[in-house]
Design a protein around this ligand. Structure first.
Ligand code: RB5
Length: 149
């Protein structure tokens, strides 16, 4: 498991980000906190872009982002060609997006998740390997559209 975990949120995800940051640190992992750092209203792209860009550049292999719904954060992160950000709200989805989609960013809806569920999801996200095989072929096709007659 990577030792430095990058995390970013807007105000809608701030409370859950803080909870996850403390739990990650309590397990001995190092957290790179891209902000936001308070409940004050901010624009989510200002905090998600720096994390997504760093994952895209290979600085981190996995990252965690949050906003109120998880949607704005996910949409921002998926602007990067090497990012596969998945919006998840339970453990099974989180496991599947690692196994089948090789998701490298987990997007969490801070206003719709309790801390216990989110923490279980984060642990699964960080520890579940990609299955490869037919799933790699499908991932390759995400950015290479070939029309089937
Ligand atoms: C902020 O109010 C909210 O719009 C934001 O956190 C997020 O849910 C956007 O997708």
């Amino acid at each position: 498991m990577q030792r430095i975990i990058p995390i970013a949120s807007d105000h809608g995800g701030y409370a859950l980000k803080e909870e996850l940051r403390k739990r990650l640190e309590s397990t001995g992992l190092i957290v790179k906190d891209f902000g936001t750092f308070s409940e004050a209203s901010v624009d989510y792209p200002d905090y998600i872009h720096p994390l997504a860009s760093a994952v895209n550049d290979g600085e981190y292999s996995l990252g965690i982002i949050l906003c109120g719904s998880g949607n704005g954060a996910q949409m921002t992160a998926n602007k990067y060609s090497k990012v596969r950000a998945a919006l998840c709200w339970d453990v099974e989805q989180t496991m599947l997006t690692r196994q089948h989609n090789n998701a490298n960013i987990l997007s969490l809806p801070g206003r719709f998740l309790d801390a216990e569920t989110a923490w279980e999801m984060v642990k699964v996200f960080l520890s579940t390997p990609f299955e490869g095989g037919r799933h790699q072929q499908r991932i390759d096709k995400i950015s290479q559209y070939t029309k089937i007659d």
